[in-house]
Write a protein that binds this ligand. Structure first.
Ligand code: ATP
Length: 328
């Protein structure tokens, strides 16, 4: 722990998110700035286990700030969930003389990191990279803003069809456990209804609200549904129910899927990723470990990984009210 850190490794893990490349670039360049060698680990924890490492210089990360996905690739590694897998990873890091790790990923990634610290006391910090924004201890995760903009753009296009044909569109967006994308993109795209896992309004209230909109003169409607919404089993079941019981609605379903993860990161995500990448390297050089670097009220913040994993990032109640009021 007290040895000086001369080599820092960086990896991306879990689902990819736009802005991960900007974070990698910032980590690499901060290492260069502070005269520390930087090593990229390919395919997340799996690459750590297999020793899939490559030294990255400041010039190797030119022209990636604008690219979606991750140049280091990502993977889900079952082997890292085993003691044997983590032992191999530790051995590889030691053999390479790597003194600390930057993990870019979501709560699964941080859970793995925390186990690694407990077993090997290996210095590491996390950077929240996931489009879901479901991580406690930061106002935004990398990729979330870009995903919101992508979703809003697509809903705007679907609205053209919805209003031309007087249709009711159910649009499913990502978010199995968290409704951040649905709620914020829904407000941004002017959705009539937003269904999220955190608040099950119930079928009856949902139908009432739809009918109220129609009675108020709405001829088409957009309902944004989070993957994890609990009113129906899934968006198709909900749409079928409305179709079968309310023939006055011409119902269509659109599942946005993986397009939400891709694309060039927004300026917001590029700046966020750059700030978090620099702060992560500075934190490690400052002997911080076991923390996630976030941004709270526009300032760099640190939260224990344990807390980041266990605590929930609550949705903003005010936004629910805004959604309700602006959709009358
Ligand atoms: P996203 O939010 O995009 O899903 P994530 O980081 O939560 O990102 P996961 O697939 O849950 O994605 O986790 C990434 C990797 O972290 C896993 O493939 C696994 O290697 C490691 N990991 C997850 N949970 C554990 C655990 N309990 N113990 C050890 N390693 C874990």
């Amino acid at each position: 722990m007290n040895e000086p850190i001369n080599k820092i490794a960086v990896l991306t893990s879990g689902g990819d998110a736009p802005g991960m490349n900007a974070a990698i670039r910032a980590v690499v360049r901060a290492c260069s700035y502070y005269s520390v060698e930087c090593v990229g680990v390919y395919r997340g924890y799996q690459g750590l286990i297999e020793g899939d490492f490559e030294t990255i210089s400041a010039r190797n990360v030119s022209n990636i700030i604008n690219k979606g996905g991750t140049i280091l690739k990502s993977a889900r590694s079952l082997e890292f969930k085993t003691k044997e897998g983590r032992a191999k990873a530790y051995k590889n890091l030691k053999t390479q003389g790597i003194g600390a790790l930057v993990l870019i990923g979501g709560d699964g990634t941080f859970t793995g990191g925390l186990k690694f610290i407990k077993e090997y006391n290996f210095p590491l910090v996390g950077i929240p990279g996931t489009i879901d924004n479901d991580i406690y201890g930061t106002d935004n995760t990398i990729g979330y803003d870009t995903a919101l903009n992508t979703v809003v753009e697509v809903i705007d296009k679907i609205r053209d069809t919805a209003s031309s044909h007087n249709r009711l569109f159910f649009i499913e967006v990502m978010g199995r456990d968290a409704g951040f994308i649905a709620l914020n993109a829904g407000i941004g795209a002017g959705a009539e209804e937003i269904l999220i896992p955190e608040k099950n309004i119930g079928l009856e209230k949902f139908v009432d609200s739809l009918n109220k909109g129609r009675d108020n003169g709405k001829t088409s409607s957009i309902v944004v549904v989070s993957e994890g919404d609990k009113i129906g089993k899934n968006v198709f079941e909900l749409a079928d129910y409305i179709s079968e019981n309310f023939s006055e609605y011409d119902v269509r379903v659109s599942v946005l899927g993986h397009m939400q993860r891709g694309g060039s990161p927004s300026c917001f995500d590029r700046v966020l990723a750059s700030r978090l990448g620099v702060a992560a390297v500075e934190a490690l050089l400052d002997k911080s470990t076991g923390v996630m670097i976030g941004i709270t009220e526009n300032k760099i913040s640190k939260v224990e990984l344990d807390k980041a994993i266990k605590m929930n990032n609550d949705i903003n109640i005010e936004l629910l009210k805004v959604a309700e009021i602006t959709s009358v």
